[in-house]
Design a protein around this ligand. Structure first.
Ligand code: OGA
Ligand code: NI
Length: 351
């Protein structure tokens, strides 16, 4: 990527400020009571973690975790493999390009809200195939499959990805349980939705950009799934829209921490107790950056709606049920075809 193509240029009100607000950041939560000991023998300190997570979800929608239990060598291995993969010539990467039928593989022309993102990505799923609806049409009951496309180079990438995601899945499940508890629900309340999960993992590469004040690595957006578990490197660039005043706050890289955010599905399940918060990625004129989000998503046939235990006459449901798979395929297709309209949002299902 050389000079900035107009397709990348953000409208003036969405351009990043080069002076970064570093003040009070997102909460950092130590998971050692959960990861180092078992749940039952240490109820007190786990209750503390549950409270911290509940407050972070309410106040920020974002938090970092340390002592999370994911072995560092697994993270380093996937990071090194990602570097090697993206360092290849474009034509080699495009051999496994994703297309209209298969959402998995390499892609370098993604847009957010119809503006190009200054990045390239490699997407894969937990299982080698993922069942999804064949079309966004609610009447169409046909299913389709997405299939992982592994590159020839580097040869260790596949194993590095598979081993890494098994570890991050354990963390994601723990977090799901802690979030459920923070809502006063049984720890396993959401687990059944993930039996045929449609989780996707992404290797992001943000190359240096000659005009970081005009373009974004990822434009402002909310994650559509349940929970995101993100590894970022030491460069930094992720910004979160602070709920109290709408300012964009930089998430400072903390070595070996994960950044967690609740997605739209958690917002609906919790009936707006936990909101999915807007975020975006700034790029740098000299430094490239890598990140690895794990998008923890339920089975495509999941009907997403506020959980019954959280609604009553005083707190009626704020959303009508929607199909996660249909939502996801609708988004994907409108991105792919660049329909020029704003994408489907959970707001469309608000009562
Ligand atoms: C995303 C995202 C943040 C980052 O891919 O949805 O928000 O730091 N990524 O790469
Ligand atoms: Ni995101």
């Amino acid at each position: 990527m050389g000079e900035v193509d107009p397709a990348f240029i953000q409208d003036p009100e969405h351009r990043p400020k080069l002076s970064i607000i570093k003040a009070e950041g997102i909460p950092s939560i130590d998971l050692s009571p959960v990861t180092l000991q078992d749940f039952i023998s240490y109820p007190k300190s786990i209750e503390g973690v549950v409270r911290e997570i509940g407050n972070a979800c309410k106040e920020w929608g974002f938090f970092q975790v340390i002592n999370h239990g994911v072995p560092l060598e697994k993270l380093h291995r996937i990071q090194a493999a990602a570097r090697k993969f993206f360092a290849q010539p474009l034509e080699d990467k495009r051999k496994i390009r994703r297309d209209e039928r298969n959402a998995l593989g390499y892609f370098d022309t993604e847009s957010t809200k119809n503006i190009r993102d200054w990045k390239e990505v490699f997407d894969f799923s937990m299982e080698d195939t993922t069942l999804v609806p064949a079309s966004p049409d609610p009447e169409d009951k046909e299913e389709a499959t997405w299939t992982n496309q592994w590159p020839e180079y580097p040869p260790e990438l596949r194993e590095a990805c598979e081993e890494y995601t098994q570890e991050v899945e354990k963390l994601a499940l723990k977090l799901l349980g802690l979030i459920a508890r923070s809502l006063g629900l049984p720890e396993n309340r959401f687990n059944s939705y993930f039996k045929d999960q449609s989780t996707r993992i992404r290797l992001n590469h943000y190359p240096p950009c000659p005009s970081p004040q005009l373009a974004l690595g990822v434009g402002r957006h909310k994650d559509g799934g349940a929970l995101t578990v993100l590894a970022q490197d030491e460069i930094g660039g992720l910004e979160v829209k602070r709920k109290t005043d709408g300012e964009w706050i930089r998430v400072q890289p903390t070595p070996n921490a994960y950044i967690i955010n609740v997605g739209d599905i958690m917002q609906v399940w919790s009936n707006d107790r936990y909101e999915s918060v807007e975020h975006r990625v700034m790029v740098d004129s000299e430094k490239e950056r890598f990140s690895i989000p794990f998008f923890f998503n339920p089975a495509h046939y999941t009907l997403v709606k506020p959980v019954e235990e959280l609604i009553d006459e005083q707190n009626p449901a704020k959303y009508r049920p929607y199909s996660w798979g249909k939502f996801m395929t609708h988004r994907r297709l409108s991105n792919f075809k660049k329909l020029g309209v704003d994408n489907i949002q959970i707001y469309d299902f608000r009562l």
